[in-house]
Write a protein that binds this ligand. Structure first.
Ligand SMILES: NC(=O)c1ccc[n+]([C@@H]2O[C@H](COP(=O)([O-])OP(=O)(O)OC[C@H]3O[C@@H](n4cnc5c(N)ncnc54)[C@H](OP(=O)(O)O)[C@@H]3O)[C@@H](O)[C@H]2O)c1
Length: 402
C-alpha cells in the first residue's frame, strides 16, 4: 500500500511526508534532487520530473495512492503525466484550489480546473483538496520584512482565509489513508479571515518589531508579478480576486476540523511557526539578548538552529556541534560555579544586512571548590542564518578558570 508523494519537498509535502513516515505505511517521496532532499528515516526518496512523464515510471512502480500537486501555472504537459499515474495508481489525492467551481467549464477554472478534469477522466479514484490561499504566500514579503519595517503590496484590506500548510497535509493524510473520500472535493480554509494589513501586523508582533503595510498601486504590482510568474492570465486572476475580497471576504469553512478532528491553525499560529523566516539578524540579536537578560532561557531555544556550532578553544573542546551537545557542555563548564549575576552588553551589530552580531557577557561567579568569587568577561560573536543562530565563537577576556 505504498503512497507516492509528488511535491514532497514543498510546503505541504514536507509535512505530509513526515506525517506519513510516522505511520506504518510505506512512503515514497518524489523530487528532482533525491540526494539533497533530506527526508525523514523510512521514506524512500525517488528521482523524477513532471516535465518528463517517462521519468515517473520508477517512482510509480508498485504504488497504490498518489498525492499530486501540479507546480506549474498552466496545465500544458499534464495529460501524459496523469495518464501515466493512472496506469499505476488506484487513487489520486490532488492539491487543487478553492477557486474551482463545479458549475463552470474546466477551462474557466484555470489550471486547477483543467487538472481536476484530466484526473476525473483518467479513471482513478480521486479526492480533490480545494485549498484556499496558503499562509506561505506571505513568505513573499520576507525579504522586505528582513530589510525594513514596511511591506509594500496591493490591497491592504483584502480579507483572506489563509490556511496553514500543516493543516493541508493533515487533511491529505486522512484522504490518503482512510476510506470514504473517493469522489469528494473538499474546500479547505483557515479558521478566520485576516486582512493583509493585519497579516503584516501579526508577523511584526511575532518577531517583536512593528511592521506597516503600504498600499502598492495594482498596476505596479502587476508588472512585478508578471516578471516573477510570467503568465498574464494567472496574474490578472489573482489581482482581480484580491480586489474583490476587500469588500467580499474569502469564505471560511470548518472542513479541516471536520476531517482531522482539530480546528484549523490560525494565521498567528502560522506566523509563530515561521518567525525564523522573517527575522533579520537584528531581530534575532535583540530577542536573544532580551531573553537572556530576563533569564528566560526557554525563549532562546527557537532562536538557535538545532545543528548550531559553538567554537570556544579555551574551554578545552575546540568545537561543539548540535544543541544537545552544547547544552551538556554548558552544564559541564558551570558545574563548579555558583553564578550570582550575568550582565549582557550589546547586541553589537555590523553594518547593513550582515549575518553577525556580538555580545559581551560579564559573569559574577564563585568557584565553588576554592570559594574564590570574581568577575569573568567573555565576548561572543554570533552568526545568524535563516532567522536562527548557527554559530557562536567565544573569545574570553578573562581566562575561563578560577
Ligand atoms: N499558494 C497557494 O495559495 C495555493 C492555493 C491553492 C493551491 N495551490 C497549489 O499548491 C501547490 C504548491 O504546493 P506547495 O506550496 O506545497 O509546493 P512548493 O513549496 O511550491 O513546492 C513545489 C514542489 O513541486 C516540486 N516540483 C516543482 N517542479 C517539479 C518538476 N518539474 N517535477 C517534479 N516535482 C517538481 C518541488 O520538488 P523538487 O524541487 O524537490 O523537485 C516541490 O516539492 C501548487 O500546485 C499550487 O497550485 C497553491
Amino acid at each position: 500500500m505504498t503512497t507516492l508523494i509528488i511535491g514532497a519537498t514543498g510546503n505541504v509535502g514536507r509535512h505530509l511526508t513526515a506525517s506519513l513516515a510516522r505511520t506504518e505505511l510505506p512512503v515514497r517521496a518524489l523530487t528532482r534532487r533525491p540526494d539533497a532532499a533530506g527526508f525523514p528515516a523510512g521514506v524512500q526518496a525517488v528521482g523524477g520530473d513532471l516535465t518528463d512523464p517517462e521519468s515517473l515510471r520508477v517512482a510509480l512502480d508498485g504504488v497504490d495512492s498518489v498525492f499530486l500537486l501540479w507546480p506549474f501555472r498552466s496545465a500544458e504537459g499534464a495529460a501524459p503525466v496523469i495518464e501515466t499515474i493512472a496506469k499505476y495508481a488506484r487513487k489520486v489525492v490532488y492539491l487543487s484550489a478553492f477557486s474551482v467551481r463545479d458549475d463552470v467549464s474546466p477551462a474557466e477554472n484555470g489550471v486547477w480546473g483543467e487538472i481536476e478534469d484530466l484526473i476525473r477522466r483518467s479513471g482513478v479514484d480521486w479526492t480533490f483538496l480545494r485549498a484556499g490561499g496558503f499562509a506561505t504566500n506571505t513568505l513573499g514579503w520576507a525579504g522586505q520584512i528582513r530589510t525594513g519595517d514596511v511591506v509594500r503590496a496591493p490591497y491592504a484590506g483584502a480579507q483572506r482565509s489563509l490556511i496553514h500548510e500543516a493543516d493541508l497535509a493533515a487533511v491529505a493524510v486522512v484522504a490518503l489513508t482512510e476510506a470514504g473520500h473517493t469522489g469528494q472535493s473538499y474546500i479547505l480554509t483557515g479558521p478566520a479571515t485576516v486582512s493583509q494589513a493585519d497579516q503584516v501586523r501579526i508577523i511584526g508582533e511575532t518577531i517583536g518589531r512593528p511592521l506597516r503595510f503600504e498600499e502598492q498601486p495594482p498596476e505596479e504590482a502587476r508588472a512585478q508579478m508578471l516578471a516573477m510568474w510570467g503568465n498574464a492570465e494567472f496574474v490578472d486572476r489573482a489581482l482581480a480576486h484580491w480586489a474583490s475580497i476587500v469588500t467580499e471576504p474569502e469564505p471560511v469553512v470548518d472542513t479541516v476540523e471536520q476531517l482531522t478532528g482539530r480546528p484549523a491553525r490560525t494565521f498567528a499560529d502560522w506566523a509563530a511557526d515561521h518567525a525564523a523566516d522573517f527575522r533579520s539578524t537584528g531581530d534575532v540579536a535583540e530577542a536573544y539578548v532580551g531573553a537572556l537578560r530576563r533569564g528566560a532561557l526557554a525563549e532562546t531555544m527557537p532562536l538557535l538552529a538545532p545543528d548550531m556550532v559553538r567554537v570556544a578553544p579555551l574551554e578545552g573542546v575546540a568545537e561543539v556541534a548540535g544543541l544537545e551537545e552544547i547544552m551538556a557542555n554548558a552544564q559541564r563548564l558551570t558545574a563548579d560555579y555558583e553564578i550570582h549575576e550575568v550582565t549582557a552588553d550589546g547586541p553589537f551589530l555590523g553594518d547593513g544586512a550582515g549575518e553577525q552580531f556580538a555580545v559581551k557577557f560579564t559573569f559574577d561567579q564563585t568557584h565553588k571548590p576554592s570559594g574564590v568569587r570574581r568577575s569573568a568577561r567573555k565576548l561572543t560573536l554570533y552568526t545568524v542564518q535563516g532567522g536562527r543562530i548557527v554559530r557562536e565563537e567565544v573569545a574570553y577576556v578573562d581566562a575561563p578558570s578560577a
